[in-house]
Design a protein around this ligand. Structure first.
Ligand code: PMP
Length: 419
């Protein structure tokens, strides 16, 4: 029996934003005397009370190290931890829970694949493909391994609207290409990429593909078998869960072929000074005491999403997006950066004559939390010829009324800054 608190009764089958907001205690506070408007969800989402409670429950009722103790607490914690691997596997429709490696987040997942797969498989002159719209965490690990192995990093260009140029992508694929690593949903432009097609094209050359799904998992159902991706990474903290935990999905044959990434306890089968043998997948990649508490509360976040009407949520988020685009378009001098046809619920923009950071700081004094700058995607900013943008990223607990407040806040900020 699972010891993870059940939240099934808290289902939000019929989507009601006022009801849903009550699950997120952080939203009910004032910042500088103004009600908080939280529009920085792409950086990290807020957490429902059940997720917060599960952390307290673990530490106050059954904190113990796992997989090693024969005692009651250890067994209870081990069971709760193991249940989450199964839950994650179902959440993304993996074939087996053995394909689920717990990592600290998307960044660590990509680093694991770049180091382990890349070190084993890349040779001088090989090519690795990424796109212009990658987060730094899907650029730098590939630069590092390419430099080490003498491989070449190639970049798929994007259009002015922030879409991958598929014809250019096709031209870049060739027999020297050894890997494709691509973002599912851009954190700075909002673009949702045609990942399934990107994967199909790479597979024609037998090239494995990693999908960075950090911005996708909260907003849509991601199915690794349908996508047929070889690896996929995401972070719990962007999908209602805690920080410090994330997932690397990998097809079992690939994970089995890869050398360990870190050495230590748990990842071994036996150790002697003459010869060490490694544990089986996924434990081979999980050295040391894992992040037990956060894995358990990650499971609660997954339960929360699974018991929600995800279709209704996605529709509601798209309504927030359309409403934001329509109402902010009236603002004089606004220019949206990222106008792809298929977009997630975020808007990124610049305003003539005012600095993005100054706007962000002014909005903050009005209780409105947005993100400004390059959003860890400097090459996107270079491509769009802007130093940075103002990004408002919405989640299903945001409201149209908050978007009205944002618009008022922006008009006020511009008036003050242009004085
Ligand atoms: N990729 C994308 C698209 C992201 O938005 C982020 C976080 N902003 C990351 C990767 C990195 O995620 P984390 O910091 O949780 O490892």
């Amino acid at each position: 029996m699972s010891v993870i608190p059940s939240i099934v009764e808290k289902s939000i089958i019929r989507f009601d934003v006022d009801q849903v907001r009550k699950d997120f205690p952080v939203l009910f506070q004032e910042v500088y005397g103004k009600p908080l408007v939280y529009f920085d969800n792409a950086a990290t989402s807020q957490k429902p009370q059940v997720v917060i409670d599960s952390l307290k429950k673990y530490y106050s009722e059954y904190n113990a190290n796992i997989h090693r103790g024969v005692h009651f607490l250890s067994q209870k914690a081990s069971q709760a931890y193991d249940d989450v691997r199964e839950k994650v596997s179902g959440f993304i429709n993996a074939k087996s829970e053995r394909e689920i490696v717990f990592v600290s987040g998307t960044t660590e997942g990509i680093n694991l694949v770049a180091s382990s797969y890349g070190r084993k498989n890349f040779s001088p002159g090989d090519e690795v493909l990424i796109s212009t719209m990658e987060h730094h965490s899907n650029i730098v690990p590939w630069q590092m391994i390419c430099e080490e192995r003498g491989a070449i990093l190639k970049v798929i260009p994007i259009s002015d609207s922030g879409e991958i140029l598929m014809e250019e992508y096709k031209k870049l694929l060739n027999s020297k290409t050894k890997f494709v690593s691509i973002v599912h949903t851009s954190n700075s432009l909002g673009t949702v990429n045609p990942v399934k097609e990107i994967i199909q094209l790479a597979h024609e050359y037998k090239i494995p593909v990693l999908v960075d799904a950090a911005q996708a998992v909260l907003h849509e159902q991601v199915d690794v078998q349908d996508l047929n991706c070889d690896f996929l990474c995401f972070s719990a903290h962007k999908m209602l869960g805690p920080t410090g935990i994330g997932v690397l999905f990998g097809k079992i044959n690939l994970l089995e072929s890869m050398p360990p990434y870190k050495g230590g306890g748990e990842m071994i089968s036996s150790v002697s000074f003459e010869k060490t043998t490694y544990n089986e997948v996924p434990f081979k990649f999980e050295a040391g005491t894992p992040n037990i508490a956060d894995v358990i509360s990650f499971g609660v976040a997954i339960d929360y999403l699974l018991t929600s009407d995800r279709k209704a949520i996605a529709e509601y988020e798209q309504k927030l997006l359309s409403y934001a685009i329509k109402s902010l378009s009236d603002i004089e001098g606004i220019r949206f950066i990222g106008t792809a046809k298929k977009r997630t619920s975020l808007v990124s923009f610049v305003i003539d004559g005012v600095n993005a950071l100054d706007v962000g700081m002014s909005l903050d004094t009005q209780g409105i939390a947005v993100r400004t700058g390059h959003h860890c995607t400097e090459p996107v900013m270079d491509r769009m010829k802007v130093p940075g943008t103002i990004r408002d990223s919405f989640a299903f607990y945001n409201t149209m009324n908050e978007i009205d407040k944002l618009k008022e806040g922006l008009i006020k900020a511009i008036r003050l800054l242009k004085k």
